[in-house]
Write a protein that binds this ligand. Sequence first.
Ligand code: BGC
Length: 833
Amino acid sequence: MSEAVSRRSAVRLLGALGATLATAGCVAAVPPGAAPRKASPAAGPAGQPAGTARIDALLGRLTLDEKTALLHGAPDPAPLGQAGHVPGVPRLGVPALRLADGPAGVRVAARATALPAPVLLASAFDPALAREYGRVLGREGRALGQDVLLAPMVNLIRTPFAGRNFETFAEDPRLTADLVAELVRGIQDEGMIATVKHFALNNQERGRDTIDVVVSEQTLHETELRGFEAAVAAGVGAVMGAYNKVNGTYACENKALLDELLRGRWGFDGWVVSDWGATHGTVASVNAGLDMEMPGGTHYGAPLREAVRGGSVSQDTVDLAVRRILTTMDRFGLLAEHPVARPTRDASAGARFARKVATAGAVLLRNEHGTLPLTGAAARSIAVIGPTGQVPFVGGGGSAHVVPDAAEAPLTAIKRRAGNGASVRHVLGEDVYGRALPPTLLTPPADLDDRSVDAGRRWSHEGTFTLAADDEWTLIVHYAGKRPVVRLDGEDLFPVRQGVAEYFAGGLLGAAPDGLTVRRHTRALKAGVHRLAVTADGGDKGLRFRLRHITRAGRAADVAEAVKAAEEAHSVVLFAYEDATEGRDRTSLALPGGQAALIEAVTAVNPRTTVVLNTSSSTTMPWLARTGAVLQMYYPGQEGAGATADLLFGDVDPGGRLTQTFPVEERATPVGGDPQRYPGVGGRQEYTEGVHVGHRWYDAQKVEPLFPFGHGLSYTTWAYEKLAVRAERGGLRVEFTVRNTGPRKGVEVAQVYLGPAGSLRLDQPVRVLAGYRRLTLAPGQAQRVTVDIDARTLSSWDPDQHTWVVGSGPREVFAGRSSRELPLRARAVVASR
Ligand code: BGC
């Protein structure tokens, strides 16, 4: 709740908070199971939606003020904590619209199911699961009073540094497209309007508001656009324009993207909404095809009305934007005379599904000497290490953060599963919330741990403390109320930043277990006297705060305690985290803080150590060889603890495979070592890796990854046999046998890759992902798998002809367990067209 509220205040700071009319009773819904119409293939030229008499009549009665009011967000008289609101036109029966984030659960002030992050869903390689995920989002969104869901995010994972990789799916365009289509269908099956975002190329947070992404036509079509195109083909109701520029023009005023491509070529007939604050002008935006400004009406309020009156924007253009919104609302039953009641939320169904996804997508990266699953002695004596073993890491930060129903600590789930006879002990290993400053350290003495300041009162402390030796301190303030001002040697350690910068500063460990907001500051301190001043202002509602610290000695003591616990236990489960959020990129691919050193120290005394990673994207692992096992859980949602225990003890087989390549080191990625590619130079970046995104780049450059795309171990073993490929129905039919050769039932993701065509004079990947099949097989069981490679997969985008061209002639087909483990290979001839 506090996160949602602080998010709202951040938006308010930006000058516009979503709002809604209290018209819950007059908002319509589609009856369960009644899927909304698909995008109309009969949409008119360049996106003219097929008009209906009903919409025509409405348009005829709306005044210019009413029309423009439908084209931008406005304050909500009864906010539910959602991101946006558009007031309706009550006199004509047009209801208000509420728009809520987001990709990993419905983000409102109320509790909702915090689902595993989309990247974890994607790792299951299971479009049917994505559909179910969409249905849970859609149903909850409707139940929580929302009409539009600001999800899915489909921007490709282009660099592991990008702060929002957990919110999206994959580095692979094909996998992304498959999952997006089903997710959109799932959301919309429930009568909720999905919004595919951020169109296009918002592949990083650094400079996202202004960066100019320079990309070739072929690259654009063969990489980033695939997911958006699939969403449109699946009938998505809305598209969100990105913050950044694309080839010199802001995405939200980019005619080539919005008008020519999205509407003209793809036939999109829904509406385009700006990202929050991504509209830069009035005339250029509306004429380019941006229909709705969010979150307020800076450009689409009075300035748009003036532009219409002055003639720089035509009435027809405004009508067209309004028509797109109303037509979509109508398609989802929102303009119905007798609205269908909203469903009630089924929290336990949401929780069950969250756990299913978390196990289906978990990726077992390494498992040596049978470290996992924990059985026998290994399951009876366990040291659980790490702060996130105790405080569950549920989801990423930013607009994707959801207020969960509840979230169990992994420690609790492990204890329960290990049972009464087992010894399960937790040690912190790394203290992220700090220890109290001893009152006697300070001169004059002061107790800064858990102080309260009443509303309207102030409290301050000014004094010194003396350090006998140089040290590194992390000062940590926990507070509820107005943030206290803490000055160390004159420097304000926790300055309040403006708007979203403040909102995004906290990250996920930005809240203590008891809900207080947390800010940290690390400084090297010299031996000698230091000045500390604290001013606490009770403000309107009172303040509770504590000032804590961690010293080098404290850190060493935590590691020593962890080492001792690891020595005494048979096995170790070490929870490691990385705290990513919208609004900022990662500055390193290493685990933050002292975690690498902790892993080194613990594994040195106990090699039966499993590292569980609650991280957003790929991580470098210099410590890997010392570990017994590594289980990638990403941000596992509110049921992550139970799911992790299911996997650790082998109650389920780890069902996930990597949807992104893990690099050996930071420079060895498709954008590494070239600032022009990432993060950009002088406000501009170039996607010169071309069509070689993700695993394609590692293949093209012959770079060895730490873990390849598609990698993931199972508790059983697999064999691939008897590949046959033949031309069929304009594509290729691929058949092969997958056999479970191990002693346990298991899950396998069989993958098919395709080599380039000699007939095309275009740059082509060494191999593209052409299809996959998720299988569950009993020990000894074999299954014949069929994967059809369609004409699109066989094609490249020809920038001279501005269209897809099929790569005919001999093509190589590969099948196996990952992009780098492809035991089967065959050749087939694709007929020329
Ligand atoms: C994000 C969007 C989000 C919007 C509304 C923006 O900062 O980029 O993904 O939907 O806020 O919360």
